[in-house]
Design a binder for this molecule. Sequence first.
Ligand code: NIG
Ligand code: FE
Length: 391
Amino acid sequence: MTTLITRIGELVTNDPPHPDGDGSPLGIIRDAAVVVDGGRIIAVGKASQLSDAAARVDLDGHALIPAFVDSHSHLVFAGDRSAEFTARMTGEPYDGGGIAVSMAATRAASDDELRTLVARRVAEMRAQGTGTVEIKSGYGLSVEHEARSLRIAREFTQETTFLGAHVVPPDSRGSAADRQEYVDLVCGEMLDACAPYAKWVDVFCEPNSQFAFTATESEQVLRAGAAAGLGVRVHGNQLGAGPGVQLAVSLGAASVDHCTFLSDDDVAALAGSSTVATLLPGVEFSTRSPYPDARRLIDAGVQVALASDCNPGTCYSSSIPFAIAVAVRDMGMTPSEALHATTAGAARALRRDDVGVIRAGARADLTVLDAPSYLHLAYRPGVPIARMVDF
Ligand code: NIG
Ligand code: FE
């Protein structure tokens, strides 16, 4: 049934060529209406020109934006690491070692327990305005448990990512040969079991960590994933300067995520590439690391996305409005850039053009704000003003 959404306070389309738009990258239309049908957007324009529809929804002056695209999350986990977070707030550093704690709890959970946990987290995201979510494996770290994590993730999204190379599991850390054996397992039997449920392959590339993977190991994993038909994404430059960004760019990755510690060469490489730099402010909030410098990236012409990284270790927040507020407050982004980065920017990080935009033909993934303008996302931190609505 066709539905006309009308009396929209401010419509953010992310479709600057629209003739009724304000000429900004957000493509804002005033006095706008949107027509949806069967989960798709049919028409977007001035309310005065769009009036035929079977049903009408009056937004009473509330703003309407594309639903957020959360292009980075790790929702398939069990267990609790709140004590680790608490220790960090009094000075403990983050090093990735806690991932083994989540691994043990995740392996011990039943399929139904994991499914219920993921369902709750996806519902929590939706209730805060998120319409598309990427979900990684990475707390199974065995053939059986990585495949199970992805099978469950696939029940909730098409944007699933094989992260068998999240950390070297505890029983593979003994010697260089044990490590290599694990990397070979990830690239062989584990990838074979996981690829049917995955769209992407990812790796935690940090050269100076006993837990994460070196450039050589990471490249082996990413090339194997790409050869199996998966798109490439990278966790890079989170804990320190390193090869993650250059590796991602050289492999044509859709996205390199974190980008907290970047050299001038890293920024230049990103600017000359189609790889999106995905920033995850919740991580720096929850680890007390310095925030990434979004202004430096944007000014250099890098495509930037913002995502939650919702996970039990570095950021147990599924809130994109929270990420926006931090990015505006502490990372040099304007409210407009931050909204763009969580919608169109994150869609680009997933190489999608049917979400993150309000345009005829796109999915009708729409988020209503309990506010007249998107500016309130950063202006009212911690207040649940965004929610996704099915029209
Ligand atoms: O994106 N850094 C690697 N992976 C996650 C954290 C995982 C964890 O600590 O449980 C991240 O920050
Ligand atoms: Fe992550």
